[in-house]
Design a protein around this ligand. Structure first.
Ligand SMILES: NC(=O)C1=CN([C@@H]2O[C@H](COP(=O)(O)OP(=O)(O)OC[C@H]3O[C@@H](n4cnc5c(N)ncnc54)[C@H](OP(=O)(O)O)[C@@H]3O)[C@@H](O)[C@H]2O)C=CC1
Ligand SMILES: CC(=O)C(=O)O
Ligand SMILES: [Mg+2]
Length: 540
């Protein structure tokens, strides 16, 4: 507790979510803080507080209702909220994160109740420093910022996208122990091109079409400079920006400030882990794998580039490595014959026949793995999956689009259409699948396995910036946590119940990378793992 917090007393404690422990305050604390009489007389044990909260959440049958209960708990008592999230990660991750967070965003203006985070509107240009100064946080370690233009696979949600930075930062705390009082979700609201919101009387964002070009980048830059003036060591995570702006912002800031783009770089690391796990099963090295991506945007080219970097790191020539990844976008297979290709697609434009359907592309490329990152629901249909099973003994099938409604296929279909031979991962969670007397436990190829640890390591070492090597290190560290037992039940990732330990290990690897490469702004502690563990916030 900071000195300033120590001065807070009485009812002010009870309305401060960081400080409030509600009916959990002991008799001694109630006297010390001037709370006697302001709470029901019985002191609740931590177990009873959790039991009461679980009953309340369970009384809501629908996921959105459960989200609203959890959100109300968070607004009143953050300590209890994170206790619930940490003790029941498997149960609550689908509520505070994908898929429910998608619905939360779509309805954000209709369910808005509690102030949280920073809203930087285009109308505030020229005075963003003042907005940043209004933030109550004395210190901020991690900012997750969006402009709401590509929220999961749901499109342009404008200001309503704020649910995503809020959800991501909940995971930063629950999974990697970033102090919640030192996190800041941010939405840069430059308008929306979604007609339904512009016509919705309850919409809380700016009612205008999106600002673009120089004015857009000037506003984002004004925010970044203001945030860094107030919190010079802050990590800025770009999340769910529209495609072109995402690539341009990464190009502008990647090697200048402590930042990363989660959809491009975090996703790349988690997908590469899934590939490393699959390679252990197929016994075919990475150098013998070829991937066909459905999608050619942030996630697709982010993953493809990191696979190429991993191959180059293993000694392969880059030109040769690029041939191991092929892209299929909204116009068909990306080939050398295509003109006007976006810069991120060009390295993957190979000498291949023109293919208009994904099935044709699978037949032409004969990939060992297909990766769905185009938000095209059910695009991996029976024909595609059977073709993959005909070409490969153990086809790699990653349906990474979010939320569940946008998945390229569900787990059951993937296993059924490949006679249980698919090595499957999905962006959003699927329940275990029973097939031919076997139980498959699919896990999530979702950047949530890596961004909390990436951030933890970068913040701990006060890294200057985050080079590609850090994302390779994250992928390899995560891969090492996948056990033979996981692989036997079809899991390419560790269990979510281990996620705090996994994030700690990734954090240590990233911090170590920063110390070894002269990127840290502090001294390496002698026992790095112990120091990272001690740094991690844990609810009381
Ligand atoms: N599991 C995870 O951790 C993550 C999952 N994702 C998911 O991936 C999806 C895409 O995100 P992102 O890459 O950032 O988005 P982008 O907008 O950057 O890319 C979308 C891509 O999909 C392509 N596309 C659109 N329609 C079709 C179609 N009918 N057939 C083939 N391709 C098509 C687009 O083609 P074109 O280039 O021609 O426009 C574009 O290349 C989202 O659903 C998101 O939730 C994203 C990040 C992380
Ligand atoms: C997981 C994630 O970051 C996305 O779907 O955008
Ligand atoms: Mg995202």
């Amino acid at each position: 507790m900071s000195n300033q917090n120590q001065c807070v007393r009485g009812a002010d404690v009870l309305v401060n979510a960081h400080l409030n422990r509600g009916v959990g305050f002991s008799a001694e604390a109630r006297d010390r803080l001037g709370l006697r009489g302001l709470l029901p007389p019985a002191v609740s044990s931590a177990e009873n507080q959790v039991a009461r909260a679980l009953a309340l959440i369970d009384s809501r049958p629908d996921p959105l209702g459960k989200y609203l209960e959890l959100d109300a708990i968070r607004a009143a008592d953050e300590n209890l909220f994170f206790k619930l999230l940490i003790e029941h990660t498997d149960r609550f991750m689908p509520i505070v994160y994908t898929p429910t967070v998608g619905e939360v965003c779509q309805k954000f203006s209709h369910i808005y109740r509690f102030p949280r985070g920073l809203f930087v509107s285009y109308e505030d240009r020229g005075r963003v420093e003042e907005l940043v100064a209004n933030c109550p946080q004395e210190e901020v370690d991690v900012i997750v910022v969006t402009d709401g233009q590509r929220i999961l696979g749901l499109g342009d949600l404008g200001m309503n996208g704020m649910g995503i930075p809020m959800g991501k930062l909940s995971l930063y705390t629950a999974c990697a122990g970033i102090d919640p009082a030192r996190t800041l979700p941010v939405t840069i609201d430059v308008g929306t091109n979604t007609e339904a919101y512009l016509n919705d009387p309850l919409y809380l964002g700016l009612r205008r079409e999106r600002v673009t070009g120089d004015e857009y980048f000037a506003l984002v830059d004004e925010f970044i400079q203001a945030a860094r003036r107030r919190w010079p060591k802050v990590l800025i995570q770009f999340e769910d920006f529209g495609n072109h702006n995402a690539f341009e912002l990464l190009r502008r800031y990647q090697d200048k400030i402590l930042c990363f783009n989660d959809d491009i770089q975090g996703t790349a690391a988690v997908a590469l882990t899934g590939v490393y796990s699959a390679v252990r099963v197929t016994k075919k090295p990475l150098a013998e794998q070829t991937f066909l991506f459905l999608g050619a945007g942030e996630a697709a080219t982010g993953i493809a580039n990191l696979i190429v970097d991993a191959l180059v790191d293993e000694g392969m020539d880059r030109a040769e490595a690029l041939k191991h990844c092929c892209l299929f976008d909204s116009k068909g297979l990306v080939t050398a014959a295509r003109t006007g290709l976006a810069e991120n697609k060009q390295p993957f434009a190979h000498e291949l026949p023109e293919c208009r359907t994904f099935l044709e592309a699978v037949r032409a490329v004969r990939p060992t793995g297909i990766v769905g990152v185009a938000a095209q629901p059910k695009a991996f249909d029976a024909a595609v999956l059977r073709e993959m099973a005909a070409i490969n003994e153990r086809p790699i099938i990653f349906a990474l689009s979010n939320p569940t409604s946008r998945a390229e296929c569900d787990a059951e279909t993937a296993y059924r259409e490949t006679d249980g031979r698919a090595l499957f991962a999905s962006g959003s969670p699927f329940a275990p699948v029973e097939l031919n007397g076997r139980t498959f436990v699919p896990r999530q190829g979702n950047n949530s396995y890596v961004f909390p640890g990436l951030g933890l390591g970068a913040v701990f070492a006060q890294a200057e910036w985050m080079p590609t090597g850090m994302f390779l290190a994250a992928a390899r560290t995560l891969a090492e946590t996948v056990s033979e037992e996981d692989l036997e039940r079809g899991s390419l990732y560790p269990s979510l119940s281990e996620v705090r330990d996994v994030s700690m290990k990734i954090g240590v690897a990233i911090a170590e990378y920063a110390y070894e490469h002269g990127l840290a702004r502090n001294e390496r502690p002698a026992d790095l793992e112990a120091a990272v563990k001690a740094f991690m916030y844990m609810p009381e």
